[in-house]
Ligand binder design. Sequence first.
Ligand code: SR1
Length: 351
Amino acid sequence: MNDPIRSLRRLVSAMALAGICQLAAAAPGIPGAPAPFDKGGVKVALVAYLSAGDFYQAYQAGALQQAKALGIDLRIYPGRQDAAEQRNQIEQAINQKVDAIIVDHGLPEALKDVAQKALDAGIKVVAFDVNLDNPKVPQVEQSDHVIARKALEQAVAENGTGFKAGYVYVAGFAPLDRRNEVWTAFKQQHAGVAEKARFGVVNGTTAASVADQAKAALRAHPDIGVVFAPYDEFARGVKLAARELGLSGKLRIYSADVSTADIQEITEPGSPWVATVATNPAVIGAVTVRTAALSIAGQDPGRRVVVEPVLLTQKQLREAGVKTVEELSAKLPAFGKSEAATAPWMRNASR
Ligand code: SR1
């Protein structure tokens, strides 16, 4: 006879294996927490636009860990860089009557109406790094202006106020657009900085695609000495291009984001990737889940929930002998933990 529970378990495992969704197992309620967390059984969907890259893996791991601690059944849907798929997955989450939907990146015009549809169905919506332009949707972000400003201040500290630059940018992604505002103002303030080449692409293989573009740009403009690449996949691509062209010794790359693999790339001998400005992506994942939890509990997380980044230079990382994000978190408490979107009832359940 067909056992429906076993069939359901098989289906969920098959979906997880196929990358259709990941689940954080539900836990019992939290004593003293507001409803519905006192009883448990809270369901949240995290619908991501970008599914490739270190940042998102660490972000999702942090979200799953925080969800588990709060007794949330978190379902992760990988949008696979496809706006239609992400929309479709939000529709699925609405149909499953989840308590909240976290919209993680994406193209705003493809998402605004479907986010409103979720709100109309009584589902809380939280946005991470996508501007849904809706006062009912709290926005989690990493203070992108600070990320860009600190990276560019470091570029000036190491290269002076006159240099030929390459710039990696793709319009339409909220964090990149905010970082671009700072780059635009920076060029106006520094007449000696010349943007010689601009390129960029965001897809399922961003680093490899950017490497191809960077090779063409560096060949066409051999005088480029600095590349501002404010996304770690961009920086990896430029670094790859520099190595293949034998230019690692005459190029300096300034980026955003960090992962254990990035630390290895930054600190390896002869690396042109000299600085990055970053939050801990696992912390951002946790903060996003807590923002959704506050909304579900009827506790206003505020319109903007911001996690501040830190500057990480190649020199500091080498001197400190830091090899992993975990070691970095242990050395820099401001990097390893955030007080954003917390409440007393979460005290023993926050990262
Ligand atoms: C395509 S947007 C890339 C950025 O999203 C996250 O906010 C990371 O910081 C990454 O740089």
